[in-house]
Design a protein around this ligand. Structure first.
Ligand code: GLU
Length: 319
């Protein structure tokens, strides 16, 4: 099959141990399928991006011999494609302007008795769904949202997720997991373009996965919850849906997910083979099998059959 995979880091800082796991898994899965592996720099969220971080990430990947088969795609160069996708959604009556501030959204939710949980999803109350109300028209539209309630029908998305079992399981296996999300009820009309003019991750990722011909998305479990939104957008835009595989997260000593936000340290790449070996352990690859590897490239070559063993028999190789 014509497999194309990708690693899509946000350059908000250098890679940490958790992001190397996602990078390695996506690379191994591509190679185990005889496919291609691409890198996309997801630099649309400008306030979160750090100058120079993308170059640091590419350098870290190169040090681990994780070299993409094409020059990386930078989302900051892709505005026209996102604009065209948004125009298509507007034309279909599926995108609308929203003038609400975050505070107004919260107040409306309180009035509806649906105040959001502190860290829960802020489900848009629908204020601007039928057009920006007259009282808000004096100010510029803030964001563009996707209409998820259509003719009174909520959008329920079902899909099969390839899931990698956690590292504490004896025999790591990729299994098919049936997943379902009522996007209308559980997420609501989500943002496609933000009030600050930045493109939202959901729109950018969908447009670019299609533009790059991505057939398989392999990424961290923390992103699994975005999958239904992305499939809905793919359908709305007439784009193909890749297969998704979500990998276990690296957790800190406190059990919390390791992230740049909670101060995860940059990867120590003094010994890249050791870093790869640590990432492989999270994926459940057998320990020490590649201990004799003298270079990251040699280690990677030896890891491909081990990954193929993990995925074999547990997934359809065709879509
Ligand atoms: N840019 C996203 C992140 O760094 C990943 C996007 C994806 O893999 O779909 O968290």
């Amino acid at each position: 099959m014509n497999y194309v995979g990708r690693f899509a880091p946000t350059p908000s800082g250098p890679l940490h141990a958790g992001s190397l796991v996602a990078a390695l898994a996506s690379w191994l899965d591509a190679r185990a399928h005889g496919g291609r592996w691409l890198v996309r720099i997801e630099d649309v969220d400008r306030p979160r991006c750090q100058p120079g971080a993308a170059e640091v990430i590419l350098g870290q990947l190169a040090r681990c011999a994780l070299v993409p088969d094409e020059a990386p795609l930078w989302q900051s160069t892709r505005g026209e494609a996102y604009e065209a996708a948004l125009a298509q959604l507007r034309h279909a009556g599926l995108a609308y302007d929203c003038a609400c501030t975050r505070r107004e959204i919260d107040e409306a939710l309180v009035r509806q008795g649906r105040a959001h949980e502190r860290y829960g999803e802020r489900i848009y109350p629908g204020t601007c769904r039928a057009g920006v109300p007259a009282r808000l028209r004096h100010r510029p539209a803030r964001a563009v949202r996707l209409l998820t309630l259509r003719g009174g029908v909520p959008q329920r998305i079902e899909w099969q997720d390839r899931r990698l079992a956690r590292q504490d399981q004896q025999e790591p296996r990729v299994h098919q997991e049936h997943a379902v999300q009522d996007v209308t009820a559980e997420v609501g009309d989500f943002v496609l373009k933000r009030a600050d003019g930045c493109w939202a991750y959901q729109l950018a990722v969908v447009v670019d996965d299609a533009a790059q011909g991505i057939t398989h998305v392999v990424r961290g479990e923390d992103l699994a919850d975005n999958t239904a939104r992305q499939i809905l957008l793919q359908r709305d835009l007439g784009l193909p849906t890749p297969l998704y595989l979500h990998t276990p997260l690296v957790r800190g000593a406190d059990g919390a997910k390791l992230s740049k936000q909670n101060g995860a340290r940059a990867l120590d790449l003094a010994d890249p083979v050791a870093a790869l070996q640590a990432a492989a352990a999270v994926l459940g690859l057998p320990p020490g099998v590649h201990a004799a590897a003298e270079s990251p490239a040699q280690w990677l070559a030896a890891a491909v059959p081990a990954w193929a063993g993990i995925i074999s028999g547990s997934e359809p190789f065709t879509r």
